[in-house]
Design a protein around this ligand. Structure first.
Ligand SMILES: Cc1cc2nc3c(=O)[nH]c(=O)nc-3n(C[C@H](O)[C@H](O)[C@H](O)COP(=O)(O)OP(=O)(O)OC[C@H]3O[C@@H](n4cnc5c(N)ncnc54)[C@H](O)[C@@H]3O)c2cc1C
Length: 446
C-alpha cells in the first residue's frame, strides 16, 4: 500500500507510524501543535507536567516497535529498574512487601520519552511528522475514507487514516457526516483532580527508593505518586476524587470529601499529609521544589465502543485515547496505546478485525480501573455485586501482600498489564491469601 495518514503526533500516533511504516511506502503524521525541537512540554500534551509513569509492559512493547528505545532513553538519563525493588507501593492502605518482580520499568519524563519516540519515528524511511497541521474533516468516496482535509484547506489523500487525536477525537462527529452511526460511549464520572510539582532529587530521599505510589481507598479517596526522573528530579502528583457529594455507597460516611489537591505550596504540602501513608508528605517537606504546582482535571474515563458498531467505513481506524481514555492515576494510557499500535502489524486491517483486536487490549485495563473507581464513594455509578466481592477480596489480598513479596509480585504483574485480574485469584494466590489470615485493610503509617 502507498500512503497512510496518522492524525496526532503524540504517543499513540507516533507508535502507529512505527507500526505502519513496515507496510506503507509513505506514512504522514499530522499534528496541530507546534512540536518542540528540544524535549519540552507542549500545549497539546498538557499531561506531560504530571507524573507520567510508563508500565513495564509499555516499555517492552515500545522496544518491540522501536528496537533499542529504552537503552537510548537510559543513555539520556532515564532510570531503568525493577518495579518492586526500589519502590514503595501502598494499596488499600497496606504497604506491599518488597522483592524482585522481574518486571523492568523505565522512569523517564514525558517530554524526553515523547521526544525520543518522535526522533526515532521521524528517522524511519518514508515517515514524515508534520507540525501545525490541523485535520478538520475526512474525505470519502463510495463509503470509503480516502484522505483528510486540513484547516488550511489542503486535501491529503491516503489509503488508510488512523485517528490518534486523543480524547477530543472528532471521529464520532465525522462518522455522522459520512452517514454512519457514532460509537456508544461508556463514561465513568470520576471527577479526578491532579496537582503536580517537580522537586530536586537527592540520593537520600525516600531512603534511595525511586517510586512511591500511595493509592486511594474507599475511605480516603486521595492518592499520590512520586517518580524519579532524569536530571535528578522528582515528579510528584497528588490526586483527589470528586469534590461533589458521595453517591450513596455503604461506606460513604467514612469518605473524606475535601477532594481537590490545592495549587499553592502550603495546600499542596498539607494535602500530601492526608494520604493513606506519609511517604509523599515526607518527601515534599524535605525536597526542594522546582516551580509551582500545576493542576489538571479529568471529569470522566471514557470508552468508545467502536467494536460494537454494525458498520464502519473502510480506510479509517481509531487508536489510543481517542478510543479509550482511562483514569490517568493507573498509568495505563501509553501502554495501551503501544499494545494497540502493535495490533496495526496484523495483516488484516479491516475495521471490524482491528477494533475487535483492540477491544481485547482495552478490556483488561478498563475492568481494573472501573472496578477500583466504583469503590470510591464519589464516583458516579454503583459497583456490581461481582465488583464488591472482588473489592473485598482485594482488601484481604493487599493485607496478605504486606508480608508476602510473591503476592506483591503477582499484583504488580496485573497492574503492569501482563496478567488478568483473575490471576490474583488463582489457586496458589488464593491459598497464600487465606493462609495469611489477614483482616480487612486499615490505613497504616510507614
Ligand atoms: C493528567 C494525565 C496523566 C496521565 N498519566 C499517565 C501515566 O502516568 N501513564 C500513562 O501511560 N498514561 C498517562 N496518561 C495518558 C497518556 O498521556 C495517553 O494515554 C497517551 O498520551 C496516549 O494518548 P494519545 O496519543 O492517544 O492522545 P494525546 O496524548 O491526547 O495526543 C493527541 C495528539 O493529537 C493532536 N491533535 C488533536 N486533534 C488534532 C487535529 N484535529 N489535527 C491534528 N492533530 C490533532 C494533539 O495535538 C496531540 O498531540 C495521562 C493522561 C493525563 C491526561
Amino acid at each position: 500500500m502507498d500512503h497512510a495518514v496518522v492524525i496526532g503526533a503524540s504517543i499513540a500516533g507516533l507508535l502507529s507510524a512505527a507500526a505502519l511504516h513496515r507496510r506503507f511506502a509513505q506514512v504522514t503524521v499530522l499534528d496541530r501543535d507546534t512540536l518542540p525541537a528540544v524535549d519540552a512540554h507542549r500545549r497539546g500534551a498538557a499531561q506531560s507536567r504530571h507524573a507520567h509513569g510508563l508500565l513495564a509492559r509499555g516499555s517492552e512493547v515500545m522496544d518491540e516497535l522501536l528496537p533499542g528505545l529504552t537503552a537510548e532513553l537510559v543513555a539520556q538519563g532515564a532510570i531503568r529498574g525493577d518495579m518492586q525493588d526500589r519502590a514503595r507501593h501502598v494499596h488499600g492502605g497496606r504497604r506491599l512487601a518488597r522483592g524482585s518482580s522481574g518486571l523492568t520499568g523505565v522512569l523517564v519524563s514525558r517530554p524526553l520519552l515523547e521526544g525520543q519516540v518522535r526522533r526515532r519515528v521521524s528517522a524511519l524511511p518514508g515517515v514524515r511528522v508534520l507540525a501545525e497541521r490541523t485535520v478538520t474533516g475526512l474525505l470519502s468516496r463510495r463509503g470509503r475514507v480516502t484522505g483528510v482535509r486540513l484547516a488550511e484547506g489542503e486535501l491529503v489523500p491516503a489509503d488508510l487514516i488512523v485517528d490518534a487525536s486523543g480524547r477530543g477525537s472528532r471521529t464520532p462527529l465525522w462518522l455522522g457526516d459520512l452517514g454512519c452511526r457514532p460509537p456508544r460511549e461508556e463514561r465513568v464520572t470520576i471527577d479526578l483532580r491532579y496537582s503536580s510539582r517537580e522537586f530536586r532529587r537527592r540520593g537520600d530521599h525516600l531512603a534511595g527508593d525511586l517510586i512511591a505510589v500511595v493509592g486511594p481507598t474507599p475511605g480516603v479517596p486521595r492518592a499520590g505518586v512520586a517518580l524519579a526522573l532524569e536530571d535528578e528530579r522528582w515528579a510528584v502528583t497528588l490526586a483527589g476524587y470528586g469534590a461533589g457529594p458521595p453517591h450513596g455507597h455503604a461506606d460513604a460516611t467514612a469518605c473524606i470529601t475535601t477532594a481537590a489537591p490545592p495549587r499553592g505550596h502550603d495546600g499542596f504540602t498539607a494535602f500530601a499529609g492526608t494520604l493513606a501513608a506519609p511517604d509523599l508528605h515526607h518527601l515534599v517537606t524535605t525536597a526542594e521544589p522546582l516551580g509551582e504546582p500545576r493542576t489538571y482535571h479529568t471529569p470522566a474515563a471514557v470508552r468508545r465502543r467502536y467494536e460494537r458498531l454494525a458498520s464502519f467505513p473502510d480506510g479509517l481506524l481509531v487508536i489510543g485515547d481517542a478510543v479509550c481514555s482511562f483514569n490517568p492515576l493507573y498509568g495505563q494510557g501509553m501502554t495501551v496505546a503501544a499494545l494497540e499500535a502493535r495490533a496495526l502489524l496484523d495483516p488484516d486491517l479491516s475495521p471490524a478485525a482491528y477494533f475487535r483486536r483492540i477491544a481485547a487490549v482495552v478490556d483488561l485495563p478498563w475492568e481494573i480501573t472501573v472496578g477500583a473507581d466504583l469503590r470510591i464513594a464519589t464516583t458516579a455509578g454503583r459497583p456490581t455485586p461481582r465488583m464488591r466481592l472482588i473489592g473485598a477480596y482485594l482488601d484481604r489480598f493487599h493485607a496478605a501482600a504486606e508480608h508476602d513479596a510473591e503476592l506483591t509480585r503477582r499484583f504488580l504483574r496485573v497492574t503492569n498489564l501482563y496478567d488478568p485480574p483473575q490471576a490474583l485469584m488463582s489457586p496458589p494466590a488464593l491459598l497464600r491469601v487465606l493462609r495469611s489470615g489477614a483482616q480487612r485493610a486499615v490505613p497504616v503509617p510507614a
